[in-house]
Design a protein around this ligand. Structure first.
Ligand SMILES: NC(=O)c1ccc[n+]([C@@H]2O[C@H](COP(=O)([O-])OP(=O)(O)OC[C@H]3O[C@@H](n4cnc5c(N)ncnc54)[C@H](O)[C@@H]3O)[C@@H](O)[C@H]2O)c1
Length: 361
């Protein structure tokens, strides 16, 4: 399958590795800065016949890829994705799929109209630990779900935010909830039944005057099924990326996933437990080199199967929209100082411009 990548920055090696591991024919790489596309081609020793572009529209016309991945600044995802879809391409969109609900809806509408597949790049859903939790949940082993919690205790310094102009801006990125925490927020919402009825949020910018958006956020979620969710996200953790955890509390079971990016099983306790459970606790986990984990390869494999079998991808565009909606609802609640009912009306990250004042240049 003919594949092209748009955006050759930090996360791009995960995409190229996933494309190669899945036997895709890489036909083009595109970045506004041509040298980044060139460096990526060299790093992976791709054929010189892999074409390099600075204009993705020209790339779509000249190369006609069947699958593209969009790994550009978050605020550009929707526009680029819709153009790819309208060129008849299937698309993997890095998280967050968009920065406004209107843009997410444009993607979903175009996907339906053109009959292509779109997957939101929430690769942690494929972590072995996360898959174990999902299986236990689907088997009903938690009994009645009571609540779920997630903590994202990472660290990003001024150097990270100053490494690219889009980082931490309302128009192109959002803050830590939208960027770093959205994976865990996706997992929490997915595990707890997807349907959120109410959100209470608090956000702050405590240590990063160089950015517009938040570096810390707290939220409470109420789910339609009667359960609750708790979210804590920070890039102010002293000493580096400590952990990203997800804990589910049920009437008949409790499981906690930990590690730096929900890649380990820390607690696994069920009323109907047997010897396979001690195996899960002892051996189920991965040790990725960074917090991006190993999930891109599986997400690509699923996308290829979805295209070939004409079924929905495992992580749909609607799932990407739900994660986005949750973050925007937290922003809305935090800005207004009151609970927010879902579904959320139209809302965009740019609605929160000025919330923490002008950034220090
Ligand atoms: N899934 C994950 O775990 C994960 C990890 C990191 C980043 N991301 C997401 O991936 C995206 C990129 O993040 P990054 O850290 O790689 O950023 P980056 O700044 O390192 O790279 C982004 C690249 O996109 C290019 N670009 C921007 N607009 C473009 C356009 N119109 N056409 C072509 N190229 C364009 C930029 O020149 C830049 O090289 C973000 O949306 C981010 O949230 C996801």
């Amino acid at each position: 399958m003919r594949y092209a990548l748009i955006g050759c920055g930090r996360v791009s090696p995960n995409h190229i590795s996933a494309a190669l591991d899945n036997g895709l024919e890489i036909v083009a790489l595109c970045d506004l800065e041509l040298q980044k596309a060139e460096a990526l081609r060299d790093r992976f020793e791709l054929l010189q016949s892999v074409r390099l572009f600075t204009d993705y529209r020209q790339m779509l016309r000249d190369c006609q890829p069947e699958l593209t991945a969009v790994a550009t600044w978050s605020g550009t995802h929707a526009g680029i994705a819709v153009d790819c879809i309208e060129a008849g391409c299937n698309v993997i969109i890095e998280k967050p799929i968009a920065l406004s609900l209107a843009d997410a809806d444009r993607i979903i509408e175009a996907e339906k109209r053109m009959g292509v597949k779109v997957s939101a790049n929430h690769q942690n859903r494929f972590n072995t630990a996360v898959q174990q939790m999902r299986s236990a949940l689907r088997a009903g082993r938690f009994g009645k779900l009571l609540y779920g919690t997630t903590s994202i205790r990472w660290s990003r310094g001024e150097d990270y935010y100053r490494s690219a102009d889009w980082r931490g801006t309302w128009a192109q990125d959002g803050g830590t909830l939208m960027n770093q925490c959205i994976h865990a927020i996706d997992l929490l919402r997915w595990m707890m039944g997807d349907e959120v009825t109410e959100v209470v949020g608090m956000t702050d910018n405590m240590l990063h005057p160089c950015i517009e958006a938040e570096d810390f956020g707290l939220a409470l979620l109420r789910f339609k099924n009667g359960s609750y969710g708790v979210i804590e996200g920070s890039v102010n953790t002293f000493g580096g990326d400590w952990e990203e955890t997800l804990t589910l509390f049920g009437e008949k079971g409790l499981a906690k996933l930990g590690g730096r990016c929900v890649n380990l099983v820390d607690m696994w306790r069920f009323a109907d437990g047997d010897e396979t459970d001690s195996h899960v606790l002892a051996s189920c986990g991965e040790d990725p080199p960074n917090v991006y984990g190993f999930g891109h390869k599986s997400l690509y494999a699923d996308m290829l199967s979805a295209i070939r079998e004409d079924r929905k991808p495992y992580v749909t565009s609607a799932a990407g929209r739900r994660a986005l909606e949750t973050v925007l609802a937290i922003y809305r609640s935090a800005a207004d100082g009151k609970p927010v009912a879902l579904p959320l009306g139209d809302c965009a990250s740019t609605d929160f411009r000025g919330r923490f004042g002008e950034p220090v240049k």
